[in-house]
Design a protein around this ligand. Sequence first.
Ligand code: C5P
Length: 315
Amino acid sequence: MRSYTLIAPAKINLYLEIIGDRPDGYHELAMILQSISLADQIEIHAGSTDNLRVRCNHPQVPTDKSNLAYRAAELMAAEFPDAYAKYGGIDITITKRIPVAAGLAGGSTNAAAVLVGIDLLWNLGLTQSELEELGAILGSDVPFCVAGGTAIATGRGEQLSTLAGLNNIYIVLAKYRSLEVSTAWAYKAYRASFGSSYIKDKESLAARADAVHSGGMVKAILHQDVKEIAERLHNDLEKVVLPAYPQVMQLREIFASQENVLGTMMSGSGPSVFALCESKQQAEQVKQRVREAIPDEDLELFVTEFVTHGIKIAS
Ligand code: C5P
């Protein structure tokens, strides 16, 4: 095959706990990540020249080395120079639907799709764990995006344990187009306010991460208990992002006051906020009511649902 078209789903965080700092400047995390049906489409073609080239329909998305998808292609070319020489360049076309800089892993899922796509295009036969290891070089969320579904992520976010897939759970997702939150800023602000409460020794860090494995959210997921999942939604980064971004706080409050919203939370470092609902119909009603409460055109609203897959070939 000379080209592949891939579906690259976004993710939300059902749980994000910051448990300590790390010598590499990152934070030690315990997260539960969930893929959703809101997805970008990535086309990967064997190039007409020996260059790497990225195109995107979204004006805010860079097409140079600052795009993680570009860096994913560059990484594959460096790791597999013989295949790169044999097959020539790579043309990547990104059709963006996932809001950018939103805490939804949009850039990470595009990068994961490029890894999977080039593996297919060059017949490399890489395993899932090999693809995840390459993903970890690019960013903390990239490994999860490869296989997606529902997973516990610890360490920097790259150590994954897959959980039973969740189906038939709907969310309303809201994001102000013009509002962006830098992930690096959010973690830095958290460190400045709460760094003194970080767990310091290695054993206690590991014990805390283990506790999340046997904790209430994981049990709720195993039991497919959506009400319990909604009650246990948690994101430490809300403590710094909500006070700094009143619009995000307001979204959170409007969602929380809606009938049929089981729970609401900011995703990742924000600024997108989601609300969990039991049915698509209820989610559509919540979306409509939030639209009436905030008629601002800058606010993007989506109804989307949990999915059990990460990167997949478009059918
Ligand atoms: O790994 P990634 O490039 O996605 O992370 C973006 C930024 O988020 C990092 O530069 C770092 O400042 C922060 N981060 C962190 N601890 C993590 C993950 C991300 O401090 N575990």
